[in-house]
Design a protein around this ligand. Structure first.
Ligand code: 3HC
Length: 286
């Protein structure tokens, strides 16, 4: 079994689009990977997503046939956190709720071996606060992958105030070994990517709410006018409007600045259960 920067076995918690993508990347690079979700239906969805993605990436020669078979054979699925006890790293990619994440890390801290590094894929919750819930804040770090994980190059690395330089270096080496580029951010609300991305998405909702332009024109303007792969409203549907809303609330509360207040139109869509692609209705219908 391969290792990258000394990491032989990885646990990923959460079988949603981010967790499944992260597990897929680790497995493709030869790491023994255990994907844990308490919901058996979510595990089935993750399996289907991962198998479909490996198939597609191999058919387009984005990954080799060896990577595809490594991706298929290196992942096992579990519903119990105890299956992670021998992992060298565990990455949490569950719902963006500080309370639920904190409880999870408290349990995990008691299960995994002392040398295991704990990482969160949180898009905006303070790493320092999550780390403080464990007995190993020096071995706790933010690893913020971008969606879709198998295709996006970047991993944002966020050391908390107590994270050791040794842990940070190991995680930078690990991400590089997984074929990713890294950018390092201090532990402030939204880190770098979401601090800059989410206000743009929010402004697109405000422009839509004020009738400045149609959704299609806002997206076309930004896509073709600023060379982005997709317009901000299409991207919001892709990321999940509930996720965008949660991140904006963290930015708003964390910075105490009204300019981060979520757009009332975004809030209304979320209240309606229009979360974007995953619910087949967001700004657009799918
Ligand atoms: N695995 C395999 N294939 C995938 C995939 C995955 N996980 N996700 C999407 N694809 C495939 C689609 O199925 C589709 O395949 P098809 O062409 O056979 O139908 C293809 O990718 C999409 O095709 P496109 O022609 O649109 O585009 P590209 O292949 O050129 O690029 C993209 C796709 C990389 C997703 C590009 O559209 C992009 O860069 N979009 C912006 C993504 C972005 O900004 N992500 C960051 C969001 S912010 C974030 O994640 C932070 C979080 O905290 C909120």
């Amino acid at each position: 079994m391969a290792d990258i920067a000394g990491f032989k076995c990885a646990g990923i918690i959460g079988g949603g689009q981010m967790g499944a993508g992260i597990a897929q990347v680790f497995a493709t690079y030869g790491i023994k990977t255990i994907l844990v979700d308490i919901n058996p239906k979510q595990i089935e969805t993750a399996k289907t997503t991962i198998n479909g993605s490996l198939e597609k990436l191999a058919s387009k020669a984005v990954i080799s046939l060896e990577q595809k078979s490594a991706g298929l054979s290196n992942i096992s699925y579990a519903s119990d956190l105890n299956s992670l006890k021998d992992c060298d790293i565990v990455i949490e990619a569950i719902i963006e709720s500080e309370r639920i994440k904190t409880e999870l890390f408290q349990s995990l801290d008691k299960i995994v071996k002392p040398s295991c590094i704990l990482a969160s894929n949180t898009s905006s919750i303070p790493i320092t606060r999550l780390a403080a819930a464990t007995s190993r804040p020096d071995k706790f770090i933010g690893m913020h992958f971008m969606n879709p994980v198998p295709l996006m190059k970047l991993v944002e690395i966020i050391p908390g105030i107590a994270t050791s330089e040794d842990t940070t270096k190991q995680i930078l080496d690990l991400a590089t070994g997984l074929g990713k580029e890294t950018s390092r951010s201090a532990d402030y609300p939204g880190f770098v990517v979401n601090r800059i991305l989410m206000p743009m998405i929010n402004e697109a909702f405000n422009a839509l709410m004020e009738g400045v332009a149609t959704a299609e024109d806002i997206d076309k303007g930004m896509k073709l006018g600023t060379n982005q792969p997709m317009g901000p409203l299409t991207l919001a549907d892709f990321v999940g409007l509930d996720t965008c809303y949660a991140i904006l609330k963290v930015l708003h509360e964390g910075m105490g600045d009204p300019r981060y207040a979520p757009s009332p139109l975004l809030a209304k869509y979320v209240e309606a259960g229009w979360y974007g692609r995953k619910t087949k209705r967001g700004v657009y219908k799918y």
